[in-house]
Design a binder for this molecule. Structure first.
Ligand code: GRF
Length: 208
């Protein structure tokens, strides 16, 4: 059984997709051990609580320095002994200590086809603004392992999504979520839970 810790900062629709996929049987051998947020107001925490899932908040506001926050966050995460950490709309730069400790055991969902529109400054709507500004005809989402860089870790799954005439950052964001994020994040977890993913030479290899 793969124990997940899901880290969230906002609405939690990706968390919901994971919960639904576990309930519906498209993710197997997996349980969500805890949902952790840096933001006490994150609706994702409500989604977890309403399903009886342990929900915790460790906010930078509770601490005098970033280091103390990082330490407390890592301690909380460790306390759940997760096999896999899923960043599902988690808007915190992870401390190096955490990345090292959970090497090849942290995945993130990013709302573009990496290496386009990723890296520093590309988060939330900014990703879709960038795609529209450049005039790409296809965008999408990527699930990748997390390494020390920003969106530079091994790519696990990608799903393309068409940009349509008249798209705004908001309509594009929604379509990317519906057609890509909510599908490939649960799929990635299921593949990992069933031993179908290995990281080798900086690449994620999938056997189906
Ligand atoms: C998603 O677009 C995700 O790719 C990005 O933040 C958003 C989170 O949405 N990193 P939600 O909290 O899962 O609804």
């Amino acid at each position: 059984m793969l124990n997940l810790a899901v880290c969230v900062s906002g609405g939690g629709t990706n968390l919901q997709a994971i919960i639904d996929a576990i309930d519906g049987g498209s993710i197997t051998n997996t349980r969500i051990t805890a949902v952790i947020s840096n933001n006490a107001g994150a609706y994702a925490l409500e989604r977890a609580k309403s399903r009886g899932i342990e929900a915790a908040c460790i906010s930078p506001k509770q601490f005098g320095s970033r280091e103390e926050f990082n330490q407390a966050f890592l301690e909380k995460l460790d306390s759940y002994q997760p096999d896999l950490v899923v960043l599902a709309g988690f808007l915190v730069v992870l401390p190096e200590m955490m990345i090292k400790k959970y090497k090849d055991r942290i995945i993130n969902i990013h709302p573009s086809l990496i290496p386009s529109f990723c890296g520093k400054g590309y988060y939330g709507l900014k990703v879709h603004e960038g795609a529209l500004k450049r005039g790409v005809k296809v965008t999408g989402a990527t699930v990748h392992f997390v390494d020390e860089g920003t969106d530079t870790g091994p790519i696990l799954l990608q799903q393309p999504v068409a940009v349509e005439p008249g798209d705004t950052p908001e309509t594009l964001q929604r379509r990317v979520m519906e057609q890509a994020e909510w599908k490939i994040l649960p799929k990635a977890i299921d593949l990992i839970a069933n031993g179908k993913v290995r990281v080798e030479g900086g690449k994620a290899l999938v056997s189906e």
